[in-house]
Write a protein that binds this ligand. Structure first.
Ligand code: OOG
Ligand code: MG
Length: 263
């Protein structure tokens, strides 16, 4: 498919922000702009976030996507990616997922880090990454691809800021030495029925590997992770749809249970 429109980083950002604002899913940008490569897709992502920042949102951290086999297989993409988190994406614990503001939200359990120290690649290892972590939380990310049926290529999803929509942190804060992140287990239930389970090992072997990956990847874009930043390390299981009235529980061994409901 092609159209008259000449695609640029700016126009792609316009299209994706428009889809979000009007809650209208669309076909992948690469259908119209097959030349969109990964570097350019990250420029679209940066442009989109720069517009949100210009509109008053604040960057509060980063997210990784496609760091587990469960996610990579479902989305049909074999490599992880990074994207931005802003304060507008924060869902307070207990607040319902505003399904009416979103297109087709899905939720996924994640292990979340809050940094105590600046973390700058290249050369960051899982060990040095974990040393920069102040706190570990359970989290649930709400993703909402701007693409029909969550169907996209890697450049498409990178440009779309990795389907970001909302995220919520659990109420239990632990230090990185207080738990075994590889063994930490999450049991995911929808309306009381267990649908999936995974351990921290699902996330790149160790969630700190995902953090190191983010630091090293962002270094290539001239970005360091800052103290206080929140890092979502990526869905441990496949994501599940959240519809009005649904209740989803992500029950972790030591990090508590994060419950989200659909409004
Ligand atoms: C892309 C976002 C992936 C994760 O944790 O793997 C992501 C998607 O699945 O739509 O957030
Ligand atoms: Mg995620």
């Amino acid at each position: 498919m092609s159209d008259e429109h000449t695609w640029t980083v700016r126009s792609a950002a316009d299209v994706l922000l428009g889809a979000e604002a009007t809650r209208t899913d669309r076909h992948p940008v690469t259908d119209d702009w097959p030349e969109l490569d990964l570097d350019t897709a990250y420029r679209v992502q940066d442009e989109l976030i720069a517009r949100k920042v210009a509109a008053g949102e604040k960057i509060v951290g980063v997210k990784l996507g496609l760091t587990s086999a469960a996610k990579q297989q479902r989305m049909g993409i074999g490599s992880p990616l990074t994207a931005w988190l802003t304060d507008a994406m924060i869902l307070e614990a207990g607040a319902p997922v505003p399904t009416g503001e979103l297109i087709h939200p899905r939720v996924e359990p994640e292990i979340v880090f809050v940094l105590g120290e600046r973390l700058e690649g290249p050369g960051v290892t899982a060990e040095s990454a974990l040393a920069a972590v102040r706190s570990v939380y359970a989290g649930v990310e709400v993703i909402d691809s701007r693409y029909i049926d969550f169907r996209f290529t890697l450049p498409d999803v990178v440009a779309d800021n990795a389907s970001s929509a909302r995220f919520v942190l659990g109420g239990v804060e632990l230090g990185p030495a207080d738990l075994d992140l590889v063994a930490e287990t999450c049991v995911l239930s929808v309306n009381g029925a267990v649908v999936d389970t995974a351990t921290g090992a699902a996330v790149q072997g160790h969630p700190a590997e995902a953090l190191a990956l983010a630091a090293n990847a962002l270094a290539e874009r001239g970005v360091a992770l800052e103290p206080g930043w929140i890092v979502l390390t990526g869905g441990m299981t496949d994501a599940v749809f959240v519809e009005p009235g649904d209740r989803i529980d992500a029950e972790f061994t030591h990090l508590g249970t994060v419950t989200v409901t659909g409004s």
